[in-house]
Design a protein around this ligand. Structure first.
Ligand SMILES: *Cc1c(COP(=O)(O)O)cnc(C)c1O
Length: 389
């Protein structure tokens, strides 16, 4: 089944094989193994010559429905899944890189990804060049020095920097490098890295895909032979998505386009409100014309997303004073949920950094990351107004 609209795919795609009994909702298939009375049939499935399931670390019907749905939404040749977003990222890097390779990426990747670049990959003989996130020139120059894999994340966490995917993918292609993009913040409703020239797209499904902050998962989408290679690594590595989480993620994805449309619109309203507020020093939102990469964002994104961050003039003391006053906000290290979630990078994405390191990354101590929920936007603006009063 190939349906055309993203909103329709989010509801229908990937489920048809599981609805053969007349069920209208994907069953949660909890069995660890599938049995085969016929040894020849068993062997054919085990060798991958016939469709079917053997053991749940490798494949599972409910998990496969999740994979087919994200594959449809990313318009990808294939997709596979993981227990978390970090499992998707680490399995992809470990499966596709080898000692002596060189990776080019940016300083502003997700904290866990940054750890892999700074400490894990170098120990395995992989060189990593981390560039100024907003300098395509520097990234192109580093690609020119040798590059097996270009790793991008756009928009970034927590300062919402935007990278030009098509331009950088073109430079990587000339160097024969693979291009991997973390599309967690944008979601497939707002951005399609594969159409911009990426080979692979990664999601932390824990965030917007699930959308309800009650299940963890990760996904990888892209060219079939690359996805298969990472899948075979994951089969052995063991970081498989469990069927219960797959069901919750599938259920969340049904409303993905509704949620993202609302969150895109509300984030724009909130960003405009904050940009005019006297106690706010700076607002980071790619939809604002004042955003340094607004034009790139407008070109490569269909919506600017539900994430923004803003800096209070008073610094971290002011954050400690203001955050407890919010009534419509979970103060937590999560994002992309139906509820509004907020917090300072000093306790969430960049907790392991010193204030000086955060400053060097362009993260002021007064910054608050704000993940806009699906509440009525007037209520969110009123809550911000009273908290900042
Ligand atoms: C949360 C996040 C991850 C990691 O995902 P987990 O599901 O928490 O492992 C990776 N990239 C981005 C951009 C994220 O926000």
């Amino acid at each position: 089944m190939k349906i055309s609209s993203l909103a329709t795919d989010a509801v229908w795609a990937g489920e048809e094989d599981l609805l053969l009994t007349g069920a209208t909702t994907v069953p949660i298939s909890l069995g660890v193994a599938h049995g085969y009375p016929d040894v020849e049939a068993w062997q054919a499935v085990a060798l991958g010559r016939a469709p079917g399931y053997i053991y749940a670390r490798n494949t599972n019907p409910t998990v496969e429905a999740f994979e087919r749905k994200i594959q449809a939404l990313e318009r990808a040749g294939d997709a596979t899944s993981f227990s978390t977003g970090m499992a998707a990222i680490s399995n992809t890097l470990f499966a596709l890189l080898k000692p002596g390779d060189r990776v080019v990426s940016a300083k502003d990747t997700y904290g866990g990804t940054n750890q892999i670049f700074l400490s894990t990959l170098p120990r395995w003989g992989v060189q990593v060049a981390l560039c100024d996130t907003t300098s395509p020139e520097e990234i192109e120059a580093e690609i020119g020095r040798g590059c097996a894999l270009l790793y991008l994340e756009t928009p970034t966490n927590p300062t919402l920097k935007v990278q030009p995917v098509a331009r950088l993918a073109e430079a990587a292609r000339r160097a024969g490098a693979l291009v991997v993009v973390d599309n967690t913040f944008a979601t497939p409703i707002n951005q399609h890295p594969l159409a911009l020239g990426a080979d692979l797209v990664i999601h932390s499904a824990t965030k917007y895909l699930g959308g309800h902050a009650d299940a963890m998962g990760g996904a990888l989408c892209g060219r079939a032979e690359l996805v298969r290679a990472v899948f075979h690594h994951r089969e052995i590595n063991g970081a498989s998505l469990d069927p219960m989480s797959a069901y919750l993620l599938l259920r969340g994805m049904k409303t993905l386009s509704l949620r993202i449309e609302r969150q895109n619109a509300s984030a724009m309203t909130v960003a405009r409100f904050l940009a005019r507020h006297p106690r706010v020093a700076q607002v980071n939102y790619p939809g604002l014309e004042s955003h340094p990469q607004h034009e790139i964002a407008a070109e490569q994104m269909d919506g600017f997303g539900g994430m923004l961050s803003f800096a209070l003039k008073g610094g971290f003391d002011e954050v400690k004073h203001v955050l407890p006053k919010f009534r419509l906000m979970h103060r937590a290290a999560n994002l992309g949920a139906v509820e509004t979630v907020g917090g300072p990078p000093a306790t969430t994405s960049h907790v392991e950094c010193s204030p000086e390191e955060r400053a060097a990354m362009g993260i002021p101590e007064g910054l608050i990351r704000y993940s806009v929920g699906i509440e009525a936007v007037d209520d969110l603006v009123a809550d911000l107004a009273q908290a900042l009063e």
